[in-house]
Ligand binder design. Structure first.
Ligand SMILES: Cc1cc2nc3c(=O)[nH]c(=O)nc-3n(C[C@H](O)[C@H](O)[C@H](O)COP(=O)(O)OP(=O)(O)OC[C@H]3O[C@@H](n4cnc5c(N)ncnc54)[C@H](O)[C@@H]3O)c2cc1C
Ligand SMILES: NC(=O)c1ccc[n+]([C@@H]2O[C@H](COP(=O)([O-])OP(=O)(O)OC[C@H]3O[C@@H](n4cnc5c(N)ncnc54)[C@H](OP(=O)(O)O)[C@@H]3O)[C@@H](O)[C@H]2O)c1
Length: 503
């Protein structure tokens, strides 16, 4: 199985290292360019570093955002803060003993595939560049890191910042601020800025579904998952539309254009605060920007207004600066040609984890992808022979043409695809998978009551069962509530420092 290089120690990189170790890979090195783990969730005030904002809470709810084998503490709120999320990821890394495999302050500058099928990885650390050789590369560099800032005619005389470097509202105190976009970044920031700004406006170029965080008193994603399982497909969208109409009323009353299509067909904005702010006047909605003229911004439809600052909540670009054009020179406004959004069409030793945009939690699906990659790297799962045909089919299934939806997946359908791929490993799993416990034959249940498929898929009982390693590195299966108690006991009162040193 050889040496494996993991790039990035965000939630997806951590899941990758954990799965590789559990599949028996011993020589795993994870390079992380920052000084801590947790990726986006390691909030920093450093304007040069991308992170979540000081006000960020998850939009995917606690129950829907736990790794299958590592539930969040039961006393976490429905929508944990970034500090709680970072503590969760640090605890995950500590529990699965990932620390010894993570090299902080180490940026991967280049990965080159040699004629012998091995990778030369150039790593910059402590101002020095050195080369290491690996058999496989697992890319987990995140796709919410490189800002996309649209250009408009004219010149704006105020300041323009992107959501990726927005930290807190203080710099906008008393200013006239325009927030651009209707994604989750724009919505969070508009509400945050409106607390201190003299005036806050939201530029909306097209209608979008903005969904309250709660539905009948429960997190919207949890209710949606329930409806998605129970309601016949043709009833789902009308039921959601009817609920939304009853819950929030008419879009015109918020000054917003009505969205096209059905709810949750596109990546939704989950934010009750922005709807409230639009109704009580803390926030006003304008149309798309047409051009700048000094401090004046002209909007489509003829409206114009003066602003001191613009915050672009206009999304991100996908990029792999360490891979050559030959390896990953795709037009990233289109769906990348990767099977299950992770397997390269021609290079079996290269994997991408977390390169997807689900309506739901991202790292939970990334954990399944990581399991597939780990099984392939450890030789327990064969790469599909007809991978190019599968990629063509997957790319043709893209539902929404905008660049923002290039890597969108339907959470439930995509999870099913990943589980199907994992089941192909089932016969091999009659052998013990280190860390995943002893598994019975292909169809029988093991002593723990889980069938091989349950364990390999790791999904069938994810809400009730949890698998954790004990001190000997073996697997324990217990009830989620018992596990939550012990995790709570291990989490200190305050936040833990976001370093890998103490893992
Ligand atoms: C404000 C905000 C809120 C969000 N809320 C949610 C949510 O509620 N639920 C949800 O599912 N998703 C959410 N997301 C999406 C978010 O991207 C994921 O939560 C998650 O962070 C993705 O994990 P990742 O490991 O793929 O990427 P990241 O968290 O971006 O981590 C990537 C890591 O790779 C490192 N890295 C990058 N390049 C290199 C290199 N060349 N060498 C070494 N290291 C490198 C980076 O330093 C970073 O630590 C949110 C995103 C934002 C911006
Ligand atoms: N609290 C949270 O948990 C939280 C907070 C922030 C972000 N996130 C997550 O982080 C990820 C990124 O979110 P994001 O909001 O930063 O990006 P995003 O989802 O890509 O949204 C980008 C927004 O910018 C608009 N836009 C794009 N190009 C534009 C242009 N040229 N002119 C005007 N508007 C343009 C888009 O409009 P169109 O739809 O018209 O293209 C969209 O409204 C998502 O997964 C999101 O859920 C979560």
């Amino acid at each position: 199985m050889g040496r494996v290089c993991v790039i990035g120690a965000g939630p997806c990189g951590l899941a990758a290292v954990k799965n590789l170790l559990q599949a028996g890979c011993r020589d795993v090195v994870c390079y992380e360019e920052s000084g801590g783990i947790g990726g986006n969730w390691a909030f920093t005030d450093d304007p040069g570093r991308v992170s979540v904002h000081e006000c960020t809470h998850t939009i995917s709810s606690r129950r829907m955002s736990s790794f299958d084998d590592f539930p969040m503490p039961s006393d976490y709120p429905d929508f944990p803060s970034h500090g709680q999320m970072l503590a969760y990821f640090v605890d995950y890394a500590r529990t699965f003993r990932l620390g010894p495999h993570i090299r902080l302050n180490s940026r991967v500058a280049r990965c080159a595939l040699g004629g012998d099928g091995r990778w030369t990885v150039e790593v910059v650390a402590d101002g020095e560049t050195r080369q290491e050789t690996f058999d496989s590369v697992v890319v987990c560099n995140g796709h919410h890191r490189e800002a996309f800032v649209p250009d408009y005619p004219g010149t704006f005389s105020g300041t323009i910042v992107h959501s990726s470097t927005y930290k807190r509202p203080d710099p906008f105190h008393g200013q006239r601020v325009l927030v651009v976009g209707t994604g989750n970044s724009a919505a969070d920031i508009a509400v945050d800025v409106a607390r201190v700004a003299a005036k806050t406006a939201l530029s909306v170029r097209a209608g979008a579904y903005i969904v309250p965080r709660l539905m009948f008193g429960r997190p919207t994603d949890a209710v949606y998952a329930l409806w998605r399982n129970r309601l016949p497909r043709p009833l789902l969208q009308p039921a959601l539309k009817a609920w939304l109409r009853l819950a929030i009323g008419r879009w015109e009353d918020y000054g917003l254009p009505a969205p096209a299509g059905a709810p949750l067909e596109q990546h939704p904005t989950v934010n009750s605060g922005v709807l409230d702010a639009l109704r009580d006047g803390r926030l006003v909605a304008y149309r798309g920007i047409e051009r700048y003229d000094g401090h004046v911004v002209h909007f489509t439809g003829g409206r114009r207004d003066e602003f001191d600052a613009i915050v672009m909540g206009t999304g991100f670009r996908i990029s792999f600066p360490f891979l050559s054009e030959r390896v990953a020179g795709w037009d990233l406004n289109r769906t990348p040609p990767l099977y299950l959004k992770m397997m390269h069409p021609t290079i079996p030793s290269l994997f991408f984890i977390g390169l997807l945009q689900p309506i739901g939690c991202l790292w939970r699906l990334a954990d399944y992808q990581a399991r597939i990659a780990a099984l392939q790297i450890s030789g327990r799962l064969r790469r599909p022979a007809d991978i190019e045909a599968r990629i063509r089919r997957e790319v043709s299934l893209r539902r929404h043409p905008s660049p923002r939806h290039a890597i969108a997946v339907d959470y439930r359908a995509f999870r099913r695809e990943l589980v199907r791929e994992l089941r192909a490993a089932q016969p091999h799993c009659a052998v013990r998978l280190p860390g995943w416990g002893r598994v019975a034959g292909p169809s029988g249940a093991g002593p723990d009551g889980l069938s091989a498929a349950d364990v390999v898929a790791g999904s069938a009982r994810d809400d009730r069962l949890t698998r954790r390693t004990d001190s000997s590195g073996d697997l324990r299966i217990g009830s989620a509530s018992a596990a939550s108690k012990s995790i709570r006991a291990r989490l200190p009162e305050g936040r833990r420092p976001p370093t890998a040193g103490g893992l």
